[in-house]
Design a protein around this ligand. Structure first.
Ligand SMILES: Nc1nc2c(ncn2[C@@H]2O[C@H](COP(=O)(O)OP(=O)(O)O)[C@@H](O)[C@H]2O)c(=O)[nH]1
Ligand SMILES: [Mg+2]
Length: 217
C-alpha cells in the first residue's frame, strides 16, 4: 500500500500548497526555460493521464493548469510558482499521443525528453500513470530515460476512483515490482484521485519533504 506520512509531514504539504500560486511561463523550447534560481518538480505522463487536474487539485486552484477532455492540448512546459518561490511546479505536455500532426508530436516529444534528461534544476519528476491502464510501453521508455539520466522520479497513480480497491492494490504491487528495475525511482507508489480528492495529502507531503530537503542542501 502507499506510504503514509506523519501528521507533521501532511501539515507541511498542506501549508506549502495552500500558498497563492501563479503561472510564471509557458515554454515551447529549451532556450526559453526560466532563469534557474529554484528547484523544479515536474509532472509528467501520457496525454490525458490527469496531470493538469492533479496540479489543480493539489493547489486547490481549479483554473491554474488548463485541463481538457482532448488529449494533446498542453503543448508547452508550464511553470507555476508559489509565493515563497521555493520551487517551480512544471506541468508537462503528455507523451504517447499520435493523433496530432507528426511534426508537432515530434517537437513536443523532443522537448519532453530534452527537458527530462538535460535540466540541471529538475529535482524530481512525478510520473503519472492512469490507474485504469497501468504502466504502458511508452511509460517504460520514459522511466528508462530518467534512470539513464539519474533523474529521481516517483510514480503517482491517477483516476483511482475508476478502479476498485482490489485492482488498485494489485496495480500498486505490480508497479512497485516494475520500479525495482529503476534505481532512479522512489520505491513507493502513491495513489490519487483528483476527482474525489483521494491521496492528495500524500502527494503534497511528498513534494514538501523534497522541497525541505533541497532547502537544507
Ligand atoms: N474520474 C477521474 N477523471 C479524471 C481524474 N483526473 C483527471 N480526470 C479526467 O481526465 C481527463 C484529462 O485530464 P487532464 O488533467 O487534462 O489530463 P492531462 O492531459 O494529463 O493534463 C479530463 O477529462 C479529466 O476530467 C480523476 O482523478 N478521476
Ligand atoms: Mg494537461
Amino acid at each position: 500500500m502507499p506510504i503514509t506520512f506523519d501528521a507533521d509531514e501532511i501539515a507541511a504539504g498542506t501549508a506549502l500548497f495552500a500558498q497563492r500560486w501563479t503561472f510564471q511561463k509557458g515554454v515551447v523550447a529549451m532556450e526559453h526555460l526560466p532563469y534557474s534560481d529554484r528547484p523544479e518538480i515536474a509532472f509528467a505522463g501520457r496525454s490525458n493521464v490527469g496531470k493538469s487536474s492533479l496540479i489543480n487539485a493539489l493547489a486547490l486552484h481549479g483554473g491554474l493548469a488548463r485541463t481538457s477532455n482532448t488529449p494533446g492540448r498542453t503543448q508547452e512546459l508550464n511553470f507555476f510558482t508559489t509565493q515563497d518561490h521555493a520551487f517551480y511546479l512544471v506541468d508537462m505536455p503528455g507523451y504517447g499521443f499520435a493523433e496530432a500532426p507528426k511534426t508537432k508530436v515530434d517537437a513536443w516529444t523532443g522537448l519532453i525528453k530534452d527537458y527530462l534528461r538535460g535540466r540541471q534544476a529538475l529535482a524530481r519528476v512525478m510520473l503519472l500513470i492512469d490507474g485504469r491502464h497501468g504502466v504502458k510501453k511508452v511509460d517504460l521508455g520514459i522511466m528508462q530515460l530518467m534512470t539513464d539520466a539519474a533523474v529521481p522520479f516517483q510514480v503517482v497513480l491517477t483516476k483511482s476512483d475508476k478502479i476498485n480497491a482490489h485492482e488498485l492494490a494489485a496495480l500498486i504491487a505490480g508497479t512497485e515490482q516494475t520500479l525495482k528495475k529503476h534505481p532512479a525511482a522512489l520505491p513507493e507508489v502513491l495513489a490519487t484521485s483528483s476527482a474525489k480528492g483521494f491521496g492528495l495529502d500524500d502527494v503534497r507531503a511528498s513534494v514538501a519533504k523534497l522541497v525541505a530537503e533541497l532547502r537544507h542542501r
